[in-house]
Design a protein around this ligand. Structure first.
Ligand code: CP
Ligand code: NVA
Length: 325
């Protein structure tokens, strides 16, 4: 029944690119999450909705969860996934993003691409004739955000009205996509970051605009205690993202006061969740006590990558009617 209700919004995604969370409307995001919940309830049931379909996956950076969850998802939906990594291809060195996109569109029904910079991804998607999905770029990680919102919704039964704090490198890809998705879903967002890692005013303005449609707002604090006070969700990510390794020492020095530890979690609501996209640098952005503690849902998040991406693949590649038959 739930699937029937959400089909119209999620079905509008067919044939589209998903390079950022805001490529979806709020209702489409809600529909996608509801579809993911329905698929999760069906477990590892083998489906044939993507029989004969091929997903091409390009990874310029390492990946464990994204690569394996997309491949497992395609298998469970009756299709197939092929991955090419770093040395196998050379977008921007061996050939242009456009030429790679035109060639790969002849083989695959959709393309998942993890890049360093965002601009080649935009050029690639512009030339591809099949849907392109951002599997992480410097500008965002939408697939992670879909799984994270699914996780929060499962735990609280709703997203509207919840409060989420992101602590640490509040300019990074995970923070950006998470905050956009949260604002679009009616969640209040606070960031805790030093001035060097604080969201730009332009980005905060974008969030405030997105949230205003749902009666919520976004704010940045330098004090971590202030940002997490009474929130429902505390989220952090690594202090240095892939490709930024030259800034490790600077980030360690600037972000050390932003570690999520038992003391900081003590300032959040008693029922609050701890979230992290993984991989985690234990002892840096989060302590073992917190990530292994009872409020941590990091492996639910990892599992939900699978369900959210299966929903995304079905929405991009089918009319979703097969789900109600
Ligand atoms: N969270 C996430 O995207 O993990 P991977 O880098 O392992 O894919
Ligand atoms: N911000 C991290 C996320 C990894 C999934 C990175 O880009 O390395």
């Amino acid at each position: 029944m739930q699937t029937m209700v959400t089909l119209p919004a999620a079905a509008r995604l067919r044939g589209r690119n998903v390079l950022s969370v805001t490529d979806l409307g709020s209702d489409e995001l809600g529909g996608l999450l509801a579809l993911a919940q329905t698929l999760k309830a069906r477990g590892r049931e083998q489906m044939t909705l993507l029989r004969g379909k091929t997903l091409v996956m390009l990874f310029e950076k390492p990946s464990l969860r994204t690569r394996v969850s997309f491949e497992a998802g395609m298998t469970q939906l009756g299709g197939h996934a092929i991955a090419a990594t770093g040395g196998d291809f050379g977008i921007g060195t061996r050939e242009t993003p456009e030429d790679a996109a035109r060639a790969l569109s002849r083989y695959g029904d959709a393309i998942v691409y993890r890049t360093h910079a965002h601009e080649p991804l935009v050029r690639f998607a512009g030339a591809a004739t099949v849907p392109t999905i951002n599997a992480l770029s410097e500008a965002g990680h939408p697939c992670q955000a879909f799984a994270d919102l699914l996780t929060i919704r499962e735990r609280f039964g709703t997203l509207q009205g919840l409060r989420l704090a992101f602590v640490g490198d509040a300019r990074n890809n995970v923070a950006v996509s998470l905050a956009e998705a949260a604002a679009m879903s009616g969640m209040t967002i606070t960031f805790a970051a030093p001035p060097t890692h604080r969201p730009t005013d332009a980005f905060l303005g974008k969030l405030i605009k997105l949230g205003a449609q749902h009666g919520v707002t976004a704010r940045a604090f330098t004090s971590p205690i202030r940002a997490v006070r009474d929130v429902d969700v505390v989220y952090t990510d690594v202090w240095t993202s892939m490709g930024d390794e030259q800034f490790v020492e600077r980030n360690l020095a600037a972000l050390r006061p932003y570690q999520v530890n038992a003391e900081l979690m003590g300032a959040a609501a008693k029922h609050s969740l701890f979230m992290h996209c993984l991989p985690a640098h234990r002892g840096q952005e989060v302590t073992d006590e917190v990530i292994d503690g009872p409020r941590s849902v990091v492996f639910e998040q990892a599992e939900n990558r699978l369900h959210a991406q299966k929903a995304l693949l079905l929405a991009l590649l089918t009319d979703l009617r097969g789900l109600t038959e």
